[in-house]
Design a protein. Structure first.
Length: 225
């Protein structure tokens, strides 16, 4: 009986060692998504599994190291531009090499909503504490909504889109161009760089604001969430 316990203990130690080696090498790692930047497709507080064994491709959620003067850690965004790709955002639609890559995605954007639609959305559970909701006029709100929900509630024409020529300060500081979140590029992605962007397009600090991601900072592809 004692020998059996010793065998079991040895197996557990070996398995634990393998687990630690795999994690240390980055083959498979688990993280908690603590951001709303990729709503609605990657929910806040979702557990994700990441692997550096998978070659990243456009459309994948990837994790990367990001550090500035006040923040450092692992971030996750959708990869939407690799070496030699030409990326452009026109009136809020993302294009890679002149191909619209948004048309098959259910993204989140800001919409102008009247009080009647606001109450309906809240009643039906489409408004929660994680969503941005700003009253701008009496009986009028600016609200982050999934595109498919906006379409269902006939709000597609009330999406808030920045116009051409209205530059964003942070974007100008990074790229020295009068671009904004909805009208960005054209930009050719250089060697060893990635362009990442959040699915929650109006509430995501991504490559539009922080610049391109160095390939050396790549941690892995999200393979499960």
């Amino acid at each position: 009986m004692k020998k059996n316990y010793i065998k079991i203990l040895i197996v557990l130690i070996v398995l634990f060692g393998i687990y630690k080696i795999i994690g240390f090498a980055g083959f498979f790692k688990g993280y908690n998504n603590a951001s709303t930047a990729n709503e609605p497709n990657l929910k806040i507080n979702t557990g994700i599994i990441v692997s550096n064994l998978v070659k990243p491709k456009n459309g994948d959620f990837i994790c990367y190291n990001y550090t500035n003067e006040i923040f450092g850690g692992i971030r996750v965004h959708r990869l939407m531009g690799i070496e030699n790709d030409t990326i452009e955002i026109k009136l809020g639609q993302m294009f890679i090499n002149n191909n619209n890559v948004d048309h098959n995605l259910n993204l989140m954007h800001m919409y102008s909503v009247d009080s009647i639609k606001f109450k309906s959305l809240k009643k039906d559970g489409y408004i929660n504490d994680n969503m941005i909701s700003v009253p701008i006029f009496p009986n009028k709100y600016v609200l982050g909504i999934e595109d498919k929900v906006a379409k269902e509630y006939s709000l597609a024409d009330f999406r808030i889109i920045d116009s051409f020529g209205i530059g964003g300060d942070y974007i100008y500081e990074e790229f020295n161009k009068s671009w904004n979140k909805d009208n960005f590029g054209k930009l050719i992605i250089p060697k060893d760089k990635y362009f990442v962007i959040g699915d929650n397009r109006d509430n995501s600090e991504d490559s539009r604001y922080i610049g391109l991601i160095d390939e050396k900072d790549f941690v892995g592809v999200v393979i499960k969430y």
